[in-house]
Design a protein around this ligand. Sequence first.
Ligand SMILES: [Zn+2]
Length: 435
Amino acid sequence: MLRCLRELEESQWWPPERITELQSERLQRLVLYSYERVPHYRRLMDGRGLSPGDIRTVADLPLLPVLTKSDVWDHTDELLASTFPRRALLYSRTSGSTGSPLAFYSSRQGRWSHGFARSLRALQWAGVYPGDPVLRVIERGGFVGGAPLGRLVRLFSREYFEDPVRFTDASLPAVVDRIRQLRPQALRGYASALCIIADFIRSSGQQAPEVGAIVTGGEQLFESQRVLLREVFGREPFSKYSSFENYDIAMECEEHAGLHVAAEDLVVEVVDDEGRPLGPGSIGRVIVTNLHEYGMPLIRYDTSDEGSLIEGVCKCGRSLPRLSAVIGRTGGTIYTPSGKRLSTVSLDSSGLVPLGIRQFQLVQEQVDHVTVNVVLGAEAAATDPQALIAWVQGQFVDWLGHDVHVDVSIVDRITPTTAGKHMYLISNVRGSLSE
Ligand SMILES: [Zn+2]
């Protein structure tokens, strides 16, 4: 793992051509291996008349189809490499809290050595180094990677935990006190959970505890949340994108201008509904190929997340490609009667902050009907509720279009999922890409 980290520390400064070259080499090796050792890919490539030599660069990848979660579900055994006895692989399961649960396998090398090294490099961009105190706001059961990785993490860092599922008005003062005492180099967690803390600090009128950095992950960081965290803690949050299947994928650097993909280890494509790659600026499905997973190779794996690639070079000097904000499984897409497909990432919710709206959630019951549930903070008391509702309604009609009827409902709380995540969009309307 430390060797992998050292390599990543160097390669992040390489020119783009050199990173592309490394990607191609690793991709060729993975494709050849998958053809020889993984029945699913052998069958797939034979069926399409492809040989491993046909896939030499990332540009050749679309010759292979996108691998969906249901493909993994249906072909688990055929996706395992014959090289590895099953007992040598790590078995993991997604929690299924926000979608359908999925079981999959990974190699120790792919997950622990490379995956953990990516995570450490990402934290370095936020100024967090092994051994620094870190407070993680995460439900214990949701600790990514399970117990062995947890032990490994604790060898290298001083990690402390707070469980957001237990947050109440009565428990939050103690949480804030704990942050004050620990003075963590990083406060990490779901954006929505960190915002509950930030909002409590703000509404109780106290001074925010000192933290070195704010690192959000596991769900989309909305603009309104970014503003709240920045204002309360005086730090620009770092948004990190990771998944259960591929561990760390991308994270913001100190420029906060998109999320740099760990392109040495992963190929990230953004594709349309037919699996065709989209250019920078177009929002589509995020497809990941992990170049180091040889136990259960996932080539062109559909994360069910959405995002877009960013054009140009980052000011930080790293040529690693960048993703826009990624819409996680808690966000999603709204389809409207006129055929619009609106990603929740395109919703600018920063206007909701000054109104005193703490949380919101969109529920799309029908293609032409959306209910916006809002939770109000104390500062909203000064506003006339009818005026506030009308204003919120106007904001969402502007965004969705006049063919969607918008109702606004003021609620006491929005129930998080069992994993403690906050669902921004609950939709009964399915798009053309069903899961
Ligand atoms: Zn950068």
